[in-house]
Every structure is written in structure tokens, then in C-alpha cells.
Design a protein around this ligand. Structure first.
Ligand SMILES: NC(=O)c1ccc[n+]([C@@H]2O[C@H](COP(=O)([O-])OP(=O)(O)OC[C@H]3O[C@@H](n4cnc5c(N)ncnc54)[C@H](O)[C@@H]3O)[C@@H](O)[C@H]2O)c1
Length: 337
């Protein structure tokens, strides 16, 4: 399996994944619509970095353009598709829900159609810890019910999981859905806390801390995350011959080559400790603007990553202090601050 199509290749995770796959000798085709949800120059810069490798090619197209997606998949003939392009962001989904339906529901459908027409060997797609919604039992396991999404973002990702299961069942399309937990690191997203806090502290602006700081996240370092993805590419789900033989804790479907896998650090970090780490790296204190809980937000996330470990032998391990330091070094260098 040497040819991989990565959608969202100009995005934060897609960029890191493409770079990792190129380093491992894969031929990578990127697809990205360069949406203006955040700074397009940052996306262009990521693509420019990847294009230095002759085994990478980039196509600019929107997922909603079914013809463009199908033509690209036909001409590139990937063995594997890793579908990461999406309208991301929990809070923005309250402002512009339609963008999530268009990119995540219609767009993902177009990717699935192209994948099954091409008969790819493995389709891997991004879901999110947000599908655990209002669940309170922690850490979150893939086999837990996930029927209470709190935002349209979470709902579209849950819809993607259901859509993918049906295609895996009908077309025997091996499919893995990742549930990512708050990913952070160099080249990160400007709409996410680490980027916003670093930028605000360096520019003397206050930072908004929601739920009065009583927030916990399972922060996952991007290099660990893409290592997990890289290993899962080879863990192709197979339709079980005997559903009774599915191991406890395995989310494998009884009727399809389909599985959901958490990729998280398996550590619940207090947001205030995360902010302390940013301050330590910057050598400056933040002005903390304590705010109430936001609609649609959850107070905590925490991954059970045992299934990832069982399937790949790997468990993410970067301590958040180290990951924050890597981010701050990149940020200061990139923005010359
Ligand atoms: N970063 C996280 O913490 C996190 C957590 C959970 C899940 N995820 C999921 O992981 C995936 C990657 O996230 P990311 O953090 O790299 O986000 P990102 O916004 O940096 O990357 C997404 C990329 O997809 C592109 N895109 C968006 N809509 C498109 C469309 N309709 N057509 C074509 N391209 C489109 C964007 O231009 C962007 O470059 C997403 O599916 C996201 O929902 C991310």
C-alpha cells in the first residue's frame, strides 16, 4: 500500500501526516479546498513545504465537487485514502452550521463514493472525541454509546461514522474512523486554544478561560497522533467470520470491516496547568479572563487508548510540557515574535 490520498493536506493534521508518509517513502496526493476558516497563507505555506518532496502533489478542490473528487481518485488510483478535510471547530458550528453539513456530510459522502468506486484497500477518516458529547463515564471507550452530540460539528462527525459503517457493510470497504482528542503542536490551528493563548500572551492581550478554568482535555501531540495514524493504515479491519469472537473492547462491527479507534494521550490535563506550561515557555504571565461555560462545550475529555495499543502496539506518550515547548518554539520562529 504505497499510494495514499490525504484530504485536508494543507490543514494542520493533514500536513503533518503527509510529511510523515513522505518520509516513510509513500507517494502522497494531497487534496485541499484552502477554505478561509483561518489564515489561508498558513495553509499555502504548509503545501509549499510538502511540495519540496517530488513524491507529493497537491490538488486544490472542494469536497463538495463530486466530479473533482472522483476524477482525482480515478487518476491517482490510491491504495489508501486518509480523509481529514472537514469544517473543524466546535464553537464555529454555532455560527455557521451549514458549512459543517456541506463539508462534512456532503463532502465525506463524495469521498466515500470515490473510495468504493476505486475499491481502495483501506479508507481512514477523521471523527472526533466530540461524538462522546454528554457522556460522563471516563475515560471514553470506543464501545461506549455516543448518542448525545452537543453541537452540529459533533453531529456531522457522528453522521460520518454511521455513513461509513453502511458503506463498509454494503461494499465491503475496509474503514477505520479515528476519534481524535484535542490535537496540538507546531503548525497548529489558529482557532485553537494553544495558538490563541500564545498569540495573546505575546501581544499583551488577555486570554478567555472558559468554565472558570474547570476544564480538562486529553491533549494529544501531533507527532504522536500521526504515528498512530501511520500504524493504523496497516491495521485493516476485516469483517468478522464469527461476531462472537470479537474481543471485549474492540469496536469492530459484527457485520462490516469497520472500526472506530480513539487516538488520545489517555491523560486528563487541567486547562490551567496547560496555561501554566505556556507561560513557562514564554517567560510571561497571562491575564486570565475567567468566563462561564460556553454552549456546546464539554468540561472534560479523556481517551481510553487501549484499542490503539492493541491494534498497533503504540500509545501516545509526549508530555504536554514538551509538546507546548515545541509549539512555542515554532510559533516564535514562524511569526518572528
Ligand atoms: N485538531 C484537532 O484537535 C481535531 C480533533 C478532533 C478531530 N479533528 C478532525 O481532524 C481533521 C483535521 O483537522 P485539522 O485540525 O487538521 O483541521 P484544519 O482545519 O487545519 O484542516 C482541515 C483542512 O480541510 C480543508 N477543508 C475544509 N473544508 C473543505 C472542503 N469542503 N473541501 C476541501 N477542503 C476542505 C481546509 O482548507 C483545511 O486545510 C478534521 O476532520 C477535524 O474535524 C481534529
Amino acid at each position: 500500500m504505497k499510494r495514499v490520498l490525504v484530504t485536508g493536506s494543507a490543514g494542520f493534521i493533514g500536513f503533518h501526516l503527509a510529511a510523515r508518509l513522505l518520509a516513510d517513502g509513500f507517494v502522497v496526493q494531497g487534496l485541499d479546498g484552502m477554505t478561509d476558516y483561518y489564515d489561508v497563507a498558513l495553509k499555502q505555506r504548509r503545501h509549499q513545504m510538502l511540495l519540496q518532496n517530488p513524491s507529493f502533489a497537491a490538488t486544490e478542490a472542494m469536497l463538495e465537487d463530486a466530479g473533482a473528487v472522483r476524477t482525482l481518485v480515478e487518476s491517482f488510483a490510491p491504495d489508501v485514502i486518509v480523509h481529514l478535510a472537514a469544517q473543524a471547530g466546535v464553537r464555529y458550528s454555532l455560527e455557521n452550521p451549514r458549512a459543517y453539513i456541506d463539508s462534512n456530510v456532503t463532502g465525506t459522502f463524495n469521498v466515500m463514493e470515490a473510495a468504493r468506486a476505486q475499491k481502495v484497500q483501506h479508507l481512514l477518516m477523521a471523527s472526533t472525541s466530540s461524538v462522546y458529547g454528554a457522556n460522563e463515564d471516563m475515560p471514553f471507550c470506543e464501545t461506549d454509546k455516543a448518542d448525545t452530540p452537543l453541537t452540529i460539528y459533533a453531529a456531522t462527525k457522528k453522521a460520518n461514522e454511521a455513513m461509513a459503517h453502511s458503506y463498509a457493510h454494503i461494499y465491503d470497504l475496509p474503514t477505520t474512523m479515528f476519534r481524535f482528542f484535542t490535537v496540538y503542536g507546531p503548525w497548529g490551528r489558529p482557532d485553537m486554544a494553544l495558538f490563541k493563548f500564545t498569540d495573546a500572551i505575546l501581544n499583551g492581550r488577555p486570554i478567555d478561560v472558559y468554565n472558570h478554568g474547570e476544564m480538562y482535555r486529553d491533549f494529544t501531540y501531533v507527532t504522536d497522533l500521526v504515528h498512530g495514524i501511520r500504524l493504523l493504515i496497516d491495521a485493516v479491519p476485516e469483517r468478522p467470520a464469527d461476531p462472537a469472537g470479537i474481543a471485549p473492547g474492540d469496536s469492530l462491527s459484527p457485520v462490516a470491516p469497520y472500526r472506530v479507534v480513539n487516538i488520545g494521550n489517555s491523560e486528563k490535563i487541567r486547562l490551567l496547568d496547560f496555561i501554566d506550561a505556556i507561560e513557562d515557555c514564554l517567560g510571561r504571565k497571562a491575564t486570565r479572563n475567567m468566563m462561564p461555560m460556553q454552549t456546546g462545550d464539554v468540561p472534560a475529555t479523556w481517551a481510553n487508548a487501549d484499542l490503539l495499543k492493541t491494534l498497533t502496539g503504540y500509545r501516545p506518550e509526549t508530555p504536554f510540557q514538551d509538546g507546548v515547548a515545541q509549539f512555542v518554539t515554532w510559533f516564535r520562529d514562524y511569526y518572528q515574535k
